[in-house]
Design a protein around this ligand. Structure first.
Ligand SMILES: NC(=O)c1ccc[n+]([C@@H]2O[C@H](COP(=O)([O-])OP(=O)(O)OC[C@H]3O[C@@H](n4cnc5c(N)ncnc54)[C@H](OP(=O)(O)O)[C@@H]3O)[C@@H](O)[C@H]2O)c1
Length: 270
């Protein structure tokens, strides 16, 4: 797979990836997942409950498993975490496959939720070939930066968008040492970057979803930016946007300014 704005290698994993990662969490329909496959997207992320994704991939991967990068994992629960080995076996059944490309420990909010022994446990999943690479998703940027500097995991899944740019200081400076794979989420900041904040001029421009994904992918440290379209039209628009390449300086400045306006909205769950 060539390397250009829409294609790269997922860091030290050496796995060629389309830089738009597909999620079906907002139930866009099997047709949308099939369209993503036909359009060359090969990185697919799914929780256990993402049946639009698991059911579609189970069929689509038959006879061409190597064409797909399946990312899934176990979610960090408030009262501890599920048995990783059992969760892995469940995902293997759900996708009807004998290996997972990227097994993630998901939803770590604080460092203490991912102690050394848990990091060790997730690394051991690679020992019997059922898992190719491991990673985690984390809202604690400083901790993610530390893990990147240590080279503790193969891939980090982190929040990065025009409103939340802290990863530029707290994570990205540390990923090159071990060529850590970087996957980003909430490019639209839960769609707030697609809506006009009260503080924004009535006649001022508002970003498109495409500009949100291009903003994220204009940062060379991000290998894959997740997109969770709600329908096939969203997906087509987002793929068309990627064909426009990186944002120019004026567009980047606009996205940062709009991002600051959204960031200052200070919503509870951000
Ligand atoms: N800690 C973690 O591991 C973590 C945290 C956050 C998210 N995630 C996961 O990351 C994945 C991606 O989620 P995300 O929140 O990052 O998705 P996203 O792509 O930033 O946002 C998806 C939403 O944006 C809107 N949208 C997308 N394309 C559009 C288009 N072309 N035109 C208009 N609206 C468009 C849709 O909202 P409407 O239909 O409402 O307009 C869609 O539901 C999901 O699986 C999510 O669960 C993981």
């Amino acid at each position: 797979m060539e390397t250009d704005f829409a294609h790269t290698v997922l860091g030290n994993t050496g796995v060629p990836v389309h830089r738009l990662g597909m999620s079906a969490t907002y139930r866009p329909g099997k047709k949308t997942v099939h369209r993503a496959i036909d359009e060359g997207i090969n990185y697919f992320f799914a929780y256990g409950f993402d049946t639009h994704m698991t059911r579609t991939l189970r069929e689509a991967m038959r006879g061409r498993r190597e064409k797909f990068v399946v990312a899934t994992g176990a979610y960090n629960l408030i009262l501890g975490h599920p048995n990783l080995r059992r969760t892995l076996e469940k995902r293997l059944r759900q996708f009807n496959t004998d290996y997972i490309d990227l097994f993630l420990f998901l939803g770590v909010m604080k460092e203490k939720q991912f102690p050394e022994e848990l990091c060790e446990e997730i690394r051991r999943l690679k020992n019997d070939g059922k898992v190719r690479f491991v990673g985690m998703s984390c809202h604690d940027r400083k901790f993610a930066g530390k893990l990147a500097a240590d080279g503790a995991l193969d891939v980090l899944m982190i929040r990065y968008n025009a409103a939340h740019r802290g990863a530029e200081q707290e994570i990205f400076p540390f990923v090159s040492a071990h060529d850590i794979g970087v996957v980003s989420y909430t490019a639209t900041r839960w769609t707030y970057l697609l809506r006009r904040p009260k503080t924004w001029p009535k006649d001022g421009p508002v970003p498109t979803a495409g500009q949100c994904y291009r903003f994220v992918l204009s940062n060379p440290h991000v290998h894959v930016c997740m997109t969770a379209p709600s329908n096939v039209k969203h997906l087509e628009e987002n793929l068309a946007a990627l064909r426009q390449g990186p944002l120019d300086e004026a567009e980047m400045a606009f996205m940062r300014k709009f991002g600051d306006a959204v960031h200052d909205l200070k919503k509870w769950f951000m």
